[in-house]
Write a protein that binds this ligand. Sequence first.
Ligand code: GLN
Length: 194
Amino acid sequence: SPVVGVLALQGDVREHLTALASAGAVARPVRRPGELAEVDGLVLPGGESTTMSKLAVLFGLLEPLRERVAAGMPVYGTCAGMILLADEILDPRSGQETVGGIDMVVRRNAFGRQNESFEAAVDVAAVPGGPVEGLFIRAPWVESVGARAEVLAEYDGHVVAVRQRNALATSFHPELTGDHRLHALFADMVRAVN
Ligand code: GLN
């Protein structure tokens, strides 16, 4: 089985570890560059993207993360994790860095202005078997995507799931529902390159 890490600086780490295990992956938390070097793929969890990026700098992980993602390590970001995978953030807070990897511009807290939190059925192109239960919590949306990025889902006219080569990102949180089809898709992406 592929070994999939979850960036464990802040956010809903435990829920991703559980979801990955139920999708058949060996899952472990990643806090140090040495731990990052040992995983075949990595999840960037939901949480708070500015805090996570500042902690990544403090833990000496930001550059190693950028290097591994650019080198093709499979990576999946949910919500705050999606923001970290964006090549550009529309409204970054001061000191907010991104890992990058997906040719897209994201808008932070985009859905949060109307609703703090909501659920909606979302059809995801790469996920068979019907719509997934999308849980949106102060969620970003994708303002624009470049030619290299593939839109996998839209909700209410906004892009909420994207894939580019080794990188997958969703505005919503499958780790907080019982539906682990996106984690299974990601585990397949990890198996495909390992
Ligand atoms: N609004 C948060 C951010 O800017 C993301 C929220 C989430 O991950 N649920 O990082």
